[in-house]
Design a protein around this ligand. Structure first.
Ligand SMILES: [Zn+2]
Length: 219
């Protein structure tokens, strides 16, 4: 059952790997099936070795409903996000380089370009917690009230959206902006962020006008 969602997990796992957002089996992806079920990447299986019929289906308590493989150790991160934000249908967690650099510096990504403003006033960094813990999930959920993209302290990035396409595009956009920001910081020159007044206007404008009506990532 749930072949369509399982195939999406494989498809986006490969996309994430080929775009250099992760290496090997790191990072994880999930997609909502219904109010109580998600398909999620299994723990420790390389994306290019994963067949769709191996993808576990779990409920919102982490119980395996289908499949023989253990789900990602970060399953609580995924289930907590779905439980707290009913508009979210897909979650992608990456270890992309520049987002991780900011997470190590524990510096939020400010509104250096309007790309950031498509998601939030800034991309926050969650408080530190070890991988695979409920505490990490809780810390991310706290930040996600303001931004559907969150830098996980000393770890990486997580993006939640209406679809895997949207979540993947967010991961790409945040990583690119993080690269610009880290590069700008490395010059030791002053960095200018978009003024508050313009930022508010841009957010309102983008929310109303960007994309094809249903495309816009909701807050
Ligand atoms: Zn991770």
């Amino acid at each position: 059952m749930y072949e369509q969602q399982k195939r999406l997990i494989v498809e986006f796992g490969l996309k994430m790997l080929r775009s250099n957002h992760v290496s090997g089996s790191s990072g994880n992806i999930s997609v909502k099936i219904d109010e109580n079920l998600i398909a999620i990447t299994p723990s420790g299986i390389a994306y290019d070795k994963l067949n769709f019929d191996q993808v576990p289906v779990i409920d919102m308590n982490g119980k395996i409903i289908e499949g023989n493989l253990k789900p990602s150790i970060e399953y609580q991160l995924h289930t907590q996000i779905y439980r707290n934000f009913s508009d979210v249908n897909a979650v992608i967690h990456t270890h992309s380089i520049y987002a991780t650099v900011l997470s190590v510096l524990r510096i939020p990504l400010p509104a250096i370009t309007e790309t950031v403003l498509m998601f939030s006033k800034q991309i926050p960094v969650s408080e530190y917690a070890n991988a695979g813990t409920n505490e990490l999930a809780r810390n991310v959920v706290r930040c996600m009230k303001d931004s559907r993209a969150v830098l996980i302290a000393n770890h990486g990035l997580v993006c939640a959206a209406k679809s895997l396409d949207e979540a993947f595009n967010m991961c790409e956009a945040v990583e690119r902006s993080a690269q610009v920001y880290v590069s700008a910081m490395s010059t030791n020159m002053p960095i200018y962020v978009i003024d508050e007044k313009y930022a508010e206007e841009a957010m309102t404008f983008l929310k109303k006008n960007y994309g094809q009506a249903t495309d816009f990532i909701s807050f």
